[in-house]
Design a protein around this ligand. Sequence first.
Ligand code: SER
Length: 313
Amino acid sequence: MDSKILIIGSSGQIGTELVLSLRKIYGNENVIASDIRKGNYEVMESGPFEFLDVTNKSEIQKIIEKHQVKEVYLMVAILSVIAEQNPKMAWDLNMSALFNVLDLAKEGQIKKIFWPSSIAVFGPDTPKYNTPQDTIIKPSTVYGISKQAGENWCAYYSNKYDVDVRSLRYPGLISYKTTPGGGTTDYAVEIFYEAIKRKSYTSFLSENTVLPMMYMDDAINATIGLMQKERNSGYVSYNVGSLSFSPAQLAEAIKKRIPEFTISYKPDARQEIANSWPQSVDDSVARKNWGWQPKVDLDEMVRIMLLGLHYTI
Ligand code: SER
């Protein structure tokens, strides 16, 4: 392979699984993992790893030159909850990471970028159900504002400088290899750890708070699938739907496999963030433009999570 791939943020929830999947497809040596902290054993042992501070453009550049990188997946971000606590820090990190990578592409040093957006771009004025691809985008969170601005900057670099940048609006992502951190949808991962350990969970979102969610394998397939497509004209950050459920519905699905499991509710500040997001998204544009199709439903997701976390009946 003459063009290598760099994952920035390879120790995070999505980065970890992206590295492992891309290494399976393109070969271990062709996928460079990088992060400010070490990743899990599998990532560290299966191929190249570089320590990288994404806010330092010349550090990124050095790694790109060293490994002859042509494609970058930028998986670094401060998520919704932490961003509310540190607005300026979140804005600075989320935006400087994006600008550094966009500028490297503008300068011709890399050819293709993946940058994730989020359902957090939507706000309280956005239609809540089947949220269209193009709709009111007025986020009420710091994280959402950084994603909205990011989408606009990606479109600008694509139009103005012909940068090939691709993007998905991820829903809450559920996985067991690496825990998420600082997000509003994190309850849907925490619940599995607590269900196994204590057979009970106290949800920080209320019983009937429905949010768009997705099992990690579907998110990885969507990401790699989009990157493998021929370049379409123009930048789109695609809605990708899969599951939509509330804490109560997830608890029901867990109960089918752990009958003694109980859930209680103690909504905190994160409820307000969740209330500003859609319950489900219309992803027909992604389905039509590049054949997006999720595979894992709620029951299957629960089965995989319990198995992955070594739950034995
Ligand atoms: N999972 C993210 C969060 O909760 C949403 O993109 O912040």
